[in-house]
Design a protein around this ligand. Structure first.
Ligand code: EPU
Length: 421
C-alpha cells in the first residue's frame, strides 16, 4: 500500500488547476444507461472511483473508452442488469445505476451497499422514492431486486432524518425522466452535483424544472438521446486547497474553481482570517496577518457547510487561537480522523457529534493512517502544516477522490512524495 511522505512547514504558493467533480460525474456516467446513443463526457477526473463506475458500466455490457479527461460511451444497450457485490462494495455511488436500469429496462439487480467507515449509510430514501413510482423491490442474497415495467409519476417527499439525500435525489430524478406523467420530488437535495446531473439529463432531452431547489418537477419523456457534456469543477477539491492555503500561511490561485459553489466555506475562512478574491476564472486565497481565529462550524446539506470538508477544516482549526467547535449534522460518526490528528499534537475531544478543538501552537509530524477519503485529505493538510516529517499510509483512499494530489501540491512548493510499496 502506497504512503505519502510530507515535509511540513512550507507555505504553499502558486496555481492549482481544479479537476472535474467526482460526485457530479459518477451519477452522470450512470445516467448514460438511459440512452443507447453515444455519449461523450469531458472534464472527467482521473480517479479510482471513476474507473469503478466505468467497470460497472462495462460489466453491464456498455463499451467505454477513457482518453485524457474524456469518457466516450459507445452506442449500444445494456446486456445484463446486475451490478455485482464485487464492484458495488468498493464504492457506494454504484447505487446510482439502480434508477437508470429500472427506468430504461424495467428491472435491476444491484448489490445492497454495506456500511462505511464514515457511519451508517442507509438507502431507505432511494427505495421509498422508487416504490412511489411503482417499482416493486425486494432484497435477496444481499441484492436489491427491482422490477417495474409500467411506472407512473408521483409526488415524493424525499427528506430523511438527516435532511435531503444527494444520491437518492439523483436516483429518483434519473428514474422520473423516463417515467410516464409528472414526478415532483420534495425536499430534493440542492447540491451543485444534482444540478449538474439535471443539466446532463436536460441535454439528453429530459424535461426538468427546479433542479438546484428543494422542489424538482419532472415530466417523463419516451426516449432520451446521447450528448456531449462537460462536468462542473470539483468544489470539494477546491475547498481542500482553499483550506491548505490558509493552513500553510500560503497563497494559492485555484484555476477553474467556481466561487458560488463554496460560499459557506468562504464565509468561514474569512472569519478565521483568510483573504479571498473571487475571480471570473477561479479563486485566489491567502492567509491574512496574525493567528487563525477559532470557529464554530456545523455541517449541513447544501448550501450549508459541506460534510466533505469537515475533516480538512478540523486540521486547520487545530492551530487556531482558542477553542473551536465542529458539529457534524450529516454523518454524526464521521470523526475517525480525530485520533490521528491528536497523534500529531492536536487537542481534540469528541462530545457526541461535536468536536471541541483546543488550538495548539503547532502540529508535529508523525506516522498516521488514513481511514476514508476526506479524513486522508485532512491528514495530508496536517502534514503540510506540521513541523517535521509526516507519513500518511493507506492513501488508496486519496486516489479515489483527489486527482494527482502529490503532483498538484509539489507544483505549489510542498515537499511531498509517494512512497510505493
Ligand atoms: N440518508 C438516509 N437515507 C438514505 C440516504 C441517505 O438516511 O436513503 C442519510 C445519510 O445516512 C446521511 C444523509 O442522509 O446522514 C446524507 O447522505 P446522502 O444520501 O446525501 O449521501 P450520498 O448521496 O450517499 C453524497 C456524496 C458524499 C457526501 C454526501 C453528503 C457522492 C458520490 N457522494 O453521498 O461524498 O458526503 O453526498 O454531501 O455524491 C465523498 O465524496 O467523500 C463523499 C462521501
Amino acid at each position: 500500500m502506497d504512503r505519502l511522505a510530507i515535509e511540513g512547514g512550507i507555505p504553499l504558493s502558486g496555481t492549482i488547476t481544479i479537476s472535474g467533480a467526482k460526485n457530479a460525474c459518477l451519477p452522470i456516467l450512470a445516467a448514460t444507461i438511459l440512452t443507447d446513443d453515444r455519449c461523450v463526457i469531458s472534464n472527467v477526473p482521473d480517479l479510482k472511483d471513476v474507473y469503478t463506475m466505468i467497470d460497472i458500466l462495462n460489466s453491464l455490457g456498455r463499451e467505454i473508452t477513457k482518453t485524457g479527461d474524456k469518457v466516450e460511451i459507445s452506442e449500444g444497450s445494456v446486456k445484463n442488469v446486475t451490478a455485482s457485490y464485487e464492484l458495488v462494495s468498493t464504492m457506494r455511488a454504484s447505487i446510482s445505476v439502480l434508477g437508470p436500469l429500472i427506468a430504461r429496462y424495467g428491472e435491476a439487480r444491484v448489490s445492497f451497499p454495506g456500511g462505511c467507515v464514515i457511519g451508517p449509510r442507509p438507502i431507505d430514501l432511494h427505495l421509498k422514492g422508487l416504490r412511489a413510482l411503482g417499482v416493486k423491490i425486494r432484497v435477496e442474497e444481499g441484492y436489491i431486486l427491482a422490477e417495474g415495467k409500467e411506472l407512473k409519476g408521483n409526488r415524493i417527499y424525499l427528506g430523511g432524518h438527516f435532511g435531503s439525500s444527494v444520491l437518492a435525489t439523483s436516483n429518483i430524478l434519473m428514474t422520473a425522466v423516463l417515467t410516464d406523467g409528472e414526478t415532483v420530488i420534495e425536499n430534493a437535495a440542492c447540491e451543485p452535483e444534482v444540478l449538474d446531473l439535471a443539466g446532463f439529463l436536460s441535454g439528453m432531452g429530459a424535461e426538468i424544472k427546479g433542479a438546484g431547489t428543494p422542489t424538482i418537477r419532472v415530466r417523463g419523456v419516451k426516449k432520451l438521446k446521447g450528448i456531449e457534456y462537460s462536468v462542473i469543477p470539483d468544489r470539494i477539491e477546491t475547498g481542500t486547497y482553499m483550506i491548505a492555503a490558509v493552513a500553510t500561511n500560503g497563497k494559492l490561485f485555484l484555476k477553474n474553481a467556481l466561487p458560488e459553489h463554496n460560499l459557506a466555506l468562504t464565509d468561514k475562512l474569512i472569519e478565521c482570517g483568510g483573504e479571498i478574491e473571487e475571480r471570473s476564472d477561479g479563486i485566489e486565497i491567502r492567509r491574512g496577518e496574525g493567528k487563525i481565529n477559532s470557529l464554530d462550524v456545523t455541517t449541513l446539506t447544501y448550501p450549508g457547510f459541506p460534510t466533505d470538508l469537515q475533516a480538512q477544516m478540523m486540521s486547520l482549526l487545530t492551530i487556531a487561537n482558542g477553542l473551536s467547535v465542529i458539529t457534524e449534522k450529516v454523518y454524526p460518526e464521521r470523526f475517525i480522523h480525530i485520533s490521528e490528528l491528536n497523534r500529531m499534537g492536536a487537542e481534540i475531544i469528541l462530545e457526541g457529534a461535536t468536536a471541541i478543538i483546543k488550538g495548539v501552537d503547532k502540529l508535529s509530524g508523525a506516522r498516521v493512517m488514513a481511514s476514508d477519503l476526506r479524513a486522508s485529505a485532512a491528514l495530508v493538510l496536517a502534514g503540510l502544516m506540521a513541523e517535521g516529517h509526516t507519513e500518511v499510509s493507506r492513501i488508496y483512499h486519496l486516489d479515489r477522490g483527489y486527482e494527482r494530489i502529490e503532483d498538484k501540491l509539489s507544483a505549489v512548493g510542498a515537499k511531498v512524495h509517494r512512497v510505493k510499496e
